[in-house]
Structure formats: C-alpha cells, structure tokens
Design a protein around this ligand. Sequence first.
Ligand code: A3D
Length: 309
Amino acid sequence: MARPRISLIGAGNIGGVQAQLIVQKQLADVVLFDVVEGLPQGKALDINHALDAWGTSCTVTGTNSYEDTAGSDVYIVTAGLARKPGMSRDDLLSTNLGIMRQVAEGIRKASPDAVVIVVSNPLDAMVYAMKEISGFPPQRVFGQAGVLDSARFKFFVAEALGVAPRDVVAIVLGGHGDTMVPLPRHCSVNGVPLTELMDKAAIDAIVERVQGAGGEVVGLLKTGSAFVSPAAASVAMAESVILDQKRVLPCAAWLDGEYGASGVYMGVPVQIGAGGVERIFEIELDASEKKLMQASLAHVEKLISGIEL
Ligand code: A3D
C-alpha cells in the first residue's frame, strides 16, 4: 500500500520544519514546493540525510513544479511573505493574495480531490481566497490559526501555574489577529477551572499576551515570524486528516450561519477527519464573549471585503 502524500507549498521557515515533522512522525511522504529554484531541493536533500538518524522511511522530494505534487492527499500552504517588526498580518494582504491565486490554481490542477490547509497570512482572508479560487468545497479548505493561538494560551497558563502544557485545556476563537478571542471561562487544568486557580488580573494579563504572542516573537526574531510552532500546529491538523483521527481543534472554518456568521472563514472548534472539516461545534457564549466574537467577525468581514478575485 502506498504511503499517503502531503505537499507543502512554500519551503521557507515553516515549510522546512513541517517537512521534518511529517517524516519524523512517519506520517506521509512529503513533496516540498517553492518558486525559488534550489530551495526546496536543498531542504529535501538535507532532511533526507537525517532519515537514517531518525529511523524513518518517509522521504522528502523538493520541486518547483506543481505536477510533482499530483495525487497529494493534503496540501499545507505557507507560500507568501511573513511579517517583519512593525507590520501587522493585514499588511501582507495584497502580496499574499496574488501568491494564493497561483497556489490555488496549481493545487486544483494537480490534485482536485485534496484537502487544503492554509497557514499564510492574513489567515482568514487567505483561506477565503483559496476556497474561492480553487472552487473546492469548504469542508476541504480550512486554515491554521486557532491550534497555535490555543497552544500559546495553554503554554502561558502552564508556565504561570507550573503544570504540564498538555494538561491545560484552552481554546481561542475568532479571526487570527489582534481581535482573536481567547476564552478563559472555558479554560481548565484537566477539568479544574482556570478561574479557580488564578485571579482576574493574572488571567487578563495572559489573554493579552496570547493576543500579542505572534508579534512578541516577530519583535524578538526581527527577521521573520514564528515558524516552529505554526509548523507543529498545521502538521497536527494534517495528521488528523491523514489518520482520520476526528480530533476537535479550533480552525478557521467556512461558516454558514454558525456563530452568527455567513460566507466567511473564522476560528471555531471543528472536528477534523479524512473529509476535512466534518463538523462545527457551537459553544454557548456569554454576552461579553459574544461581543468579542462580533468584533472579530467585523474585522474579518472588512478584510475580506478588500479582496478582489
Ligand atoms: P518564509 O520563510 O518567508 O517562507 C515563505 C516561502 O514562500 C518562501 O520560501 C517563498 O519563496 C515562498 N513563496 C513565495 N511566493 C510563492 C509562490 N507563489 N508559490 C510558492 N511559494 C512561494 O515565511 P514563513 O514560512 O515564516 O511564513 C509563511 C507564511 O505563514 C507567512 O505568510 C506568515 O505570515 C504565515 N504565518 C502564519 C501563522 C499562523 O498562525 C496563521 C504563523 C506564522 C506565520
């Protein structure tokens, strides 16, 4: 039986780490694509020379041609510019939209039945563009943001309480930007409510840090944005598709009335399996949480209205 195949569009900082994680997990063979000649081939060769040390049989192929990605089960898209200090994610819109057009057309021709996970920023707008241009059903096109934003939330809580990050249950909804909506009322340490473990001021400080965590990394790195954690988050989503794990993860999903939103992508809890987004869960929000989701939705809608396809 042939191994599954994951194609990574963009062989930059995130793409390189994704390739490494996928083969280390023995999840799938990887095709690493980029428009820069030599970059995906060089990264592929380097990773293949580590297969012996990792004891894995999955391999990476580097390419500048979409034809080499044909028959992929999953694509993860990181093609595009990343932020530099002083830039917001929204500043990337026009450049990355042009790139998304090429990528969506390349994927549609090479693998019309694939599931596509978008990571390029501004995330909610790029995943929208991917769906519109590819013409794929919305269940097969979704975006990574909430898995990473929630992981940041979990880490900051774990760090403050001195507990294991994996024992923190936390979720971040809404658009991927300054208006994202961490939900402390739904956060627990394996069932023990966060609100019983920390006071309001400490929780508010963590919420604010989660919202600015991407910018915090950009400010420290100065040459680009976070890349290890976005790679880990997006590979976890791809893994749930490839292995039909039915994981429930916060992802940018196409909304058709859920959370009062229609015709947009925004971060909500979804079930991810072989078919992509198989189910959307609606959480009962209180009045203040609803207000934050409305503000986030308004921001995403404004961003999308600037898209000319
Ligand atoms: P970077 O290391 O610059 O890699 C991007 C790669 O895309 C480069 O190798 C480019 O050559 C390549 N590229 C450019 N145009 C095309 C094209 N037309 N087709 C294929 N490849 C192309 O950036 P990165 O890997 O650090 O980040 C990639 C994207 O992810 C950026 O848009 C970031 O803003 C975004 N990002 C998203 C998150 C989320 O959580 C949503 C987190 C971190 C970064």
